[in-house]
Unconditional design. Structure first.
Length: 354
């Protein structure tokens, strides 16, 4: 995992060492926008928060004094709408990994109605811009009641409604055997799941690619954390914390660009002999600017994860969505107990109020 520059924060007259990350993830571990937005923005105002390491129980501190960019992860980011002006005032840019599934009929998630979540998606795009809200259908789960064609129908329904509101669709196949907590939670809750075979993954990818073209979506398609290579269907490996996307959104932030070692350059004026020449791998920006990707994978992440380094400020066992396939909660009971602890002390250093 990334090692960030450290600083000292004053807590009741006591100086404490804290990491001072430039890029924040909020969060892979829990749904901060849906349930802890009040807490997060209060801690941002105070200047620091704390989190408890799930492996050794040690409390660590995170200072927000250097924060320039936040990647939000959520199934219901509607509460963010009330706080986006704060990020603008502080010159902190962001984008949202918005998991917009449709498991309503199967009751696999405790989330607002699909209609409401699609409305939220569009409101966020209106506020942040087209490239700042990424659609995820994650995970794709097969059960006795959900087939490949069922999943494609669900995606088609959402994809038609999001046309013009997003550039990308990210998905993952439910790798249940690899995640003990997911397997345990599904079996405990009586969900008759099926593991994906390579042949089924290929079938889904081919049909999704065809649908993407035939329906005129033209979304960029990508998998999250998957080993399988399905690039022949135009589906890439995703980088959920993506240095290139961060650059596209925040290229005017010189401090952030210096940290990421990205050089923003001017497109040369056309010569007498034709159009301006720029490098083949150049990524164009507004105002006749371009850059060359400097994205670097965080080696602390999973083998097939392409994310760059960011400091995650969430905690596991705190998400009340209570998804039946959850990887972040050991149990529903533990998550609800921690949620209640938070409610009793909603602006504490940690999410759990401890």
């Amino acid at each position: 995992m990334a090692t960030w520059k450290h600083t000292e924060i004053n807590i009741d007259g006591r100086l404490v060492k804290a990491q001072a990350p430039i890029i924040i993830s909020a969060s892979r571990s829990t749904d901060i926008p849906a349930f802890y937005a009040d807490w997060f923005f209060k801690r941002l105002e105070i200047g620091y928060s704390a989190w408890t390491n799930p492996f050794n129980g040690v409390k660590s501190y995170v200072s927000y004094k250097d924060t320039r960019f936040i990647v939000f992860w959520s199934k219901n980011p509607r509460p963010l709408l009330a706080y986006l002006h704060i990020l603008e005032e502080r010159n902190i840019k962001c984008y949202i990994q918005y998991t917009l599934n449709d498991y309503e009929a199967e009751k696999l998630e405790k989330v607002p109605s699909l209609e409401k979540r699609i409305e939220t998606f569009k409101l966020l795009v209106d506020k942040l811009g087209l490239d700042s809200v990424v659609w995820r259908f994650d995970p794709l789960i097969l059960t006795n009641d959900i087939s490949i064609d069922d999943l494609l129908y669900k995606i088609r329904n959402i994809g038609d409604q999001l046309k013009g509101y997003t550039e990308k669709l990210v998905f993952s196949y439910a790798d249940i055997a690899l995640y003990k907590k997911v397997k345990y939670n599904l079996e405990k809750n009586g969900i008759p799941y099926h593991e994906w075979t390579v042949e089924q993954m290929e079938e889904f990818a081919e049909k999704l690619s065809i649908m993407n073209k035939e329906r005129g979506w033209n979304y960029s398609l990508a998998t999250c954390g998957e080993k399988i290579d399905i690039s022949k269907y135009g589906i890439e490996h995703n980088r959920c914390i993506d240095g290139d996307l961060i650059t596209r959104i925040a290229w005017k932030d010189q401090e952030l660009m210096n940290f990421m070692k990205v050089k923003i350059e001017d497109v040369p004026a056309p010569s007498l002999f034709g159009d301006a020449e720029i490098p083949q791998d150049a990524i164009l920006l507004p105002n006749n600017k371009f850059f060359i990707s400097a994205h670097k994978k965080d080696n602390g992440q999973r083998e097939f994860c392409g994310c760059m380094s960011a400091k995650d400020v969430g905690e596991y066992n705190t998400c009340p969505h209570l998804c039946e396939y959850c990887y972040a909660n050991t149990s529903k009971e533990t998550a609800l107990a921690n949620w209640k602890c938070h409610a009793n002390n909603p602006f504490a250093e940690t999410i759990t109020g401890k």
